[in-house]
Design a protein around this ligand. Structure first.
Ligand code: PBG
Length: 313
């Protein structure tokens, strides 16, 4: 009766790794997650729906032969992401499909943007991202989520989508995405470790909290419909600050490294997985997140539903 926050399956966005193979690939640093064939992706979505999870974000592993500095494969209408979106919309039309907008899966440089002389070209990259987002919208994406961290991309994406008639496609901005070591397992999953250097010239310094408010102000002015903080657990203070500031819903990304830490400790018998996961997700809500991206989405929804049936939630 007096509980202030409650996590529901409808709060989750379930990230799915996909590739163009007819088998699944296990991810050693993310036990319990797989890189899915498109058929297996559909099956996984079906299982998640059974638990009340209806929103999915897709992360592709692209063949090395298709990678270029300009990342042109990112806007191939027959590329893996547009095909996956169409399959999802056909089989589960009420799914909400979120797409990642960034060049890293398509870049032979292993960066989120176009590279010249070891530097990331902000505006050239934005031009590519606009083509990518429009291509995803044409395939049926409901929400585009720019994770690239270029300056000015939210406004440019809004204009590009509107110009093509996609006024009702929303933008979930990675507003405060930090240059974090917690992304390691994700990069293992997609074989997307940066080709050189790091991402510190475009992602935020973990030491900076107030800077997130500058990003939030810009993203709000440029038309972001939702704002994300990433990673999650070590950045609960940023979630709270954005929540206090932001006029739009706030999302938390419980990233791959956080997932891996919990999995590893639980495999050793040092933590109780169910309790620790539900506590963690509840803490995201307490910190101010309305939406939670988590690799635990399907499993946590199952636990929540069980607890509800047993009158324990
Ligand atoms: C890349 C991207 C990354 C993640 C989501 N989109 C990795 C990176 O920035 O290098 C990480 C997610 C996770 O660790 O779960 N655009």
């Amino acid at each position: 009766m007096v509980r202030e926050n409650i996590v529901l399956p409808s709060n989750f966005i379930y990230p799915l790794f996909i590739h163009d193979e007819d088998f699944n690939h296990s991810i050693p640093s993310m036990p319990g997650c797989e890189r899915h064939s498109l058929d297996s992706m559909l099956a996984e979505i079906g299982e998640a729906w059974e638990e009340g999870v209806k929103t999915f974000v897709l992360f592709p592993k692209v063949d090395d032969a298709l990678k270029t500095n300009l990342g042109v494969e990112a806007y191939n209408p027959e590329g893996i992401v547009p095909r996956a979106i169409r399959m999802i919309k056909e089989k589960y039309p009420d799914s909400i499909v979120v797409t990642d907008v960034a060049l890293d899966p398509y870049s032979d440089q292993g960066h989120d943007g176009v590279v010249e002389d070891g530097k990331i070209l902000n505006d050239v990259t934005i031009n590519q991202l606009c083509k990518q987002a429009v291509c995803q919208a044409k395939a049926g994406a409901d929400i585009v989520a720019p994770s690239d961290m270029m300056d000015g991309r939210v406004g440019a994406l809004r204009d590009a989508l509107d110009a093509e008639g996609f006024t009702d496609v929303s933008i979930l901005a990675y507003t405060a995405k930090y240059a974090s070591a917690y992304y390691g397992p994700f990069r293992d999953a997609l074989d997307s470790h940066p080709g050189f250097g790091d991402k510190k010239t475009y992602q935020q310094d973990p030491a900076n909290g107030r800077e997130a408010l500058i990003e939030a102000e810009l993203d709000a002015a440029e038309g972001a419909d939702m704002m994300m903080v990433k990673p999650g657990m070590p950045y609960l203070d940023i979630i709270r600050r954005l929540k206090d500031y932001s006029p739009v819903p706030v999302a938390a990304y419980h990233v791959s490294g956080e997932y891996a830490m919990i999995k590893a400790a639980c495999e050793k018998g040092w933590l109780d997985e169910r309790s620790v996961v539900l506590e963690t997700l509840t803490c995201f809500k307490r910190a101010g997140a309305d939406i939670i991206l988590t690799y635990y989405a399907k499993q946590a929804a199952k636990w929540i539903n069980e607890d509800m049936e047993n009158g324990l939630y």
